[in-house]
Design a protein around this ligand. Sequence first.
Ligand code: HAM
Length: 553
Amino acid sequence: MSTLKAVRGTRDLLPPETALWNRIEATARAVFARYNFGEIRTPVFEDTTLFSRSVGEETDIVSKEMYTWEDRERFDLQSLINAWTTVQVKEKGFVIESAIPKVLQAVDKFGVKLILGRRNPERPEFVAFGAKVTREAVEGLMDAKQALRTKAILEFSADADYLRRFGPGLRLVVPAGLPAEDIELGEVSLEEFPGQFSKSVQSLTLRPENTAGVVRAYIEHKLGETGQLQKLYYIGPQFRRERPQKGRYRQFSQIGAEVIGPPHAGSESPLRDAEVLEMLATLLDELGITAWTLEINSVGSSADRERYNQTLREALIPLAPKMCVDCQRRAVTNPLRVLDCKVPEDQPIIETLPKIVDSLDEESKKHFAAVLAALDAGGVPYTRNHRLVRGLDYYTRTTFEFTHGGLGAQNALLGGGRYDGLSEAIGGPKAPGIGFAMGEDRLVLTLQSLKSAPPQVVDAYIAPLGESLNPAALALARELRRAGLSVELGDGSFRLKKSFEAADKTARRIVILGEDELQSAILTVKDFSTGIQTKVPRAELAAHLARPSELKS
Ligand code: HAM
């Protein structure tokens, strides 16, 4: 059998590298807390429409990189109810009771869809519908019948007497041919009804980015109604079907944040942009990544972009035929994307194109100037990049990227910008926002290239001398770990030399546990950095091991 491997573009993260991931995440969480951000966790997959409407149909992400599938057909209760009632009413003279809607609403709470009807005016019948005969459905039906007779529900009814006469008929209708669970049906009669009862399929997509999901959640949970600015951060996997290379994966992790809220909460203020950028500068510095470059631009309001797109479209008419095939297509469908082109031969042509800054209206110009002024005041250095339009359609006004030379071709550590019209584009209220996402994989690569990651070592390695001492070694390890120390537990089957070799690689000190040590409760400890061997009473061992290595005991 061929061996199974991680899928192309995905990878396993193993220790000690995961320690670096954890350090990055802990630093990010600590910085977010200082800036008053709270964590949001949204699902890893969403309705496909969310991404096509927000990120944009014409973007690379939506047009070629999404993992999308049609979700399996789902049983549709309403179509079973409709089909069954049509047949009963037309062919069997069944009358559906429609005069008692409140009762029906009330019994709906019991988890089964019910209708009340009668063939004989004296014998009303209770009919429930389900995907299959489950214990819950049957119990729900019995409960509902019971509830119909109780005073509480009869109070709702205009026709209490009629309901009190409600007869023994209790029917559960399920699609024919579905497996029934092994359930005692008791007084419930079962009717299998033929036909297909499925809902149309839903297209789902693994999230290629998280801004759309956050804004969807903002709308769904009516966070705008709090009147407060929402400052939300997230850490988690994203999925894009890109060609894998160093720093570019099909499953990658982003650490991102969004500041979003109604305009009266200050969400449009250029100060928000500057604060987010200042926070990013602080976060990168605290991670130990100091040689970053912040590139910044403004793509203006959606009206500005519209105007610029038109200007570009016209400018590209004579130029596009000399450019790459992608640019020829983009020149027609989405001219802004031409600025993202990396093909070397196209670069001199792109340099001659009109600049977006010349299409900005007065408001957008003022906004951008205010962002830059606040960055100057905050001492955050930046470079203006006229071509930075970013590969997602929701951006308005400020766009930015932080790059790092150590990354090679995929040099963007993070990217972000403002998206003042995104909420409305997906059916929400006006909620301007700004945010960013850092490629966590790229932060790890950068830190590894800087060799700033300290090797992971534990406080002590316990070496039992002989297998009979293994249980005592476990007890000692438990004692030390409970005292807060990190401990590696050796094995009594190892020779002492092998224990020393293993310990030297993983621990600051080795603790030797032989019969003598166990009896006398005085242990032999060797410190690898000083080479000193000492005898330490067991009662003092945890305190001794907690001391830094340099201190001679
Ligand atoms: P993005 O520029 O598409 O923006 O991605 C942000 C960062 O995610 C990139 O700068 C890069 O570090 C990392 N990244 C993207 N694709 C990959 C990949 N295939 N492999 C490894 N890392 C990758 C967004 O996603 C926006 N949602 C950012 C944002 C938030 N804008 C406003 N709020």
